[in-house]
Design a protein around this ligand. Structure first.
Ligand code: G4P
Length: 529
């Protein structure tokens, strides 16, 4: 086997998605502990925005700092190289998470046993479903009182639109929690108190009628367990890896991240079933990881924390071939040859300059303003990867220059912040006024603050009543389209890439427009072709 194939076979790149507080940070930390990548709990910083701190600039900076540090956390486990990509759970950073999901090969969805499926989880899982990303569900906090396991499985199926297959089953819950029956490995992990710490010890048995089970958890619990397992066999499909890989079947595990319970089982199943780096569609062809020539795409750009050095770090997911330091690569959009003398690779607690990286890996490239989110890099081939869409923002405001002497700085600042994906810029066709669209209100403060501190420019905002940005698909030569543009000219704008957008002021307007102009398709996502 060639070195490249070996390296691809070792790699698993995934993201953990969860509603804030479900336990993503805790789980990440426990996974890293297993990999020996960190030595103690508390080493992984939560990128959560503290409650009530939304207008605190220090909080924004703290968040940015942590976000750089936790962008990629890599560790080794049983001969595999595992890359965890960070996905902020806060809804104001949802776009960042959507983009990161274009760079993962699978995800683990964390659900709180008491709260069940929450809003942010629903949205993120929807994006994963659109892309058929293989998903494993981890139901967390079993040491607490929560919902009944079967009710939760139903909820996950209904609210998330998944087809689940439980690969473990809790025995009791909260105070009564005794452990987990591992359907995948056919054993029971007991949750016992030892030296004031809850630790797991495994009970191995031949089959489910084994009396060792009764001894371990008591006759009553054993009887319930047998009944439940029978029910599982009747109701749920058998686990099938092909269906999981195709995004049609989602295995479920139960555990407690905080108590490090059920996490090893999750990780062992993950390395066995989760996909290695996958092929990716481009505008011309399907690119396979095992191809010799390097290709990759940029899914995240992070500005330097030090405003004096305006260089940025662009995160590239390697799709195919071997990425080498100091080699000439093509930035396809600009048709520009570039060489990288100090590409960074990421580990749990540090980043390091690397000579070679392989499919599934993320490298950080220093950038002085060349890159844009979604850019493709190749060894020379002219093709672009698909799949980094913009979603319609939720908030819209006019942005005005507040210091006429700094117009240039403002324009440059806006341009670069938009390249980073902090927000989206729309320019009205009628009068060239600039509108900033964001997913959360917090971004307006981030932009204002960063424009001032990094670019020396000042801006103010003006409210604007827009409901959604609709990307337009239409025959631009048709009479219908011309009539539409004439009627709606006050609401027509271009996005940063020159695509035509209709800024609809209400759901009603969208409905009326669709009825009146049936051949004009309105999309709430920039990539629809
Ligand atoms: P997030 O990244 O998804 O936002 O969640 P995070 O891991 O920060 O966990 C949120 C809270 O839930 C934390 O408590 C964490 O300790 C707790 N938690 C995580 N897993 C478990 C579990 O298995 N059982 C129980 N009982 N709690 C769990 P916190 O009080 O908000 O923070 P901290 O001060 O304890 O860090």
């Amino acid at each position: 086997m060639s070195d490249l194939l070996k390296e691809i076979g070792k790699r698993k790149t995934f993201g953990i998605i969860a509603h804030p507080d479900a336990g993503k940070t805790t789980l990440t930390e426990k996974l890293l502990l297993f990999g020996g990548a960190i030595q103690e709990a508390g080493a992984v910083k939560s990128n959560k925005i503290k409650k009530g701190a939304t207008s605190d600039f220090m909080e924004i900076e703290r968040q940015r700092g942590i976000s750089v540090a936790t962008s990629v956390l890599a560790f080794e486990y049983k001969g595999h190289k595992i890359n965890i990509l960070d996905t902020p759970g806060h809804k104001d950073f949802a776009e960042d998470t959507y983009r990161t999901l274009t760079a993962v090969d699978s995800v683990i969805v964390v659900v709180d046993v008491a709260k069940g499926v929450e809003e942010q989880t629903e949205k993120l899982v929807q994006v994963c479903r659109m892309r058929n990303i293989p998903m494993i569900v981890f139901i967390n906090k079993l040491d607490r009182e929560g919902k009944d396991a079967f009710d939760l499985l139903d909820e996950v199926e209904q609210k998330l639109g998944l087809t689940v297959v439980p690969l473990s089953l809790p025995i009791g819950m909260g105070n009564e929690f005794q452990g987990i029956y591992n359907i995948w490995e056919h054993n029971i992990q007991l949750f016992v108190e030892e030296k004031k710490q809850r630790v797991g010890s495994a009970v191995k048995f031949e089959d489910i009628s084994d009396t060792k089970i009764d001894e371990a958890i008591g006759a009553k619990a054993a009887a319930t367990l047998r009944e439940e397992l029978e029910l599982i066999q009747e109701v749920y499909p058998e686990f099938n890896r092909d269906d999981y890989m195709a995004g049609n079947l989602q295995p479920v595990f139960f555990g407690s991240a905080l108590n490090n319970f059920g996490v090893r089982e999750l990780l062992d199943a993950f390395i066995e079933i989760a996909p290695n780096p996958q092929p990716k569609e481009s505008d011309t062809r399907l690119v396979r990881p095992e191809e010799k020539d390097f290709t990759g795409f940029i899914f995240k750009i992070h500005a330097n924390m030090d405003p004096k050095h305006r260089d940025r770090l662009a995160f590239v997911k390697i799709v195919s071939g071997t990425f080498k330091r100091n080699e000439n690569y093509l930035l396809v959009r600009e048709n520009k040859k570039m060489k990288f003398s100090s590409p960074n690779a990421f580990f749990a607690d540090k980043k390091e300059v690397v000579d070679e990286s392989f499919p599934g890996d993320i490298v950080g490239l220093h950038d002085t303003g060349n890159f844009r989110i979604g850019d493709t890099l190749t060894a020379g081939e002219k093709m672009s990867f698909r799949g980094i869409p913009n979603f319609s923002p939720e908030h819209f405001r006019y942005i005005n220059n507040d210091d006429p002497l700094k117009a240039k700085q403002l324009a440059k600042g806006i341009d670069q912040l938009m390249d980073e994906g902090v927000a989206q810029l729309f320019t009205l066709e009628m009068n060239n006024r600039k509108i900033i669209g964001t997913v959360g209100a917090l971004q307006y403060e981030v932009i204002q603050y960063r424009l001032e501190h990094e670019y020396g420019a000042k801006c103010t905002y003006e409210p604007l009543s827009i409901h959604k940005a609709c990307w337009i698909e239409a025959d631009e030569k048709s009479d219908e389209y011309n009539e539409f543009v004439r009627l709606k000219q006050r609401f027509m704008a271009r996005d940063k890439y020159g695509q035509m957008v209709f800024l609809a002021d209400s759901p009603f307007t969208i409905q009326m427009t669709q009825e009146k102009f049936p051949n004009i398709k309105l999309h709430f996502i920039s990539e629809f072709r």
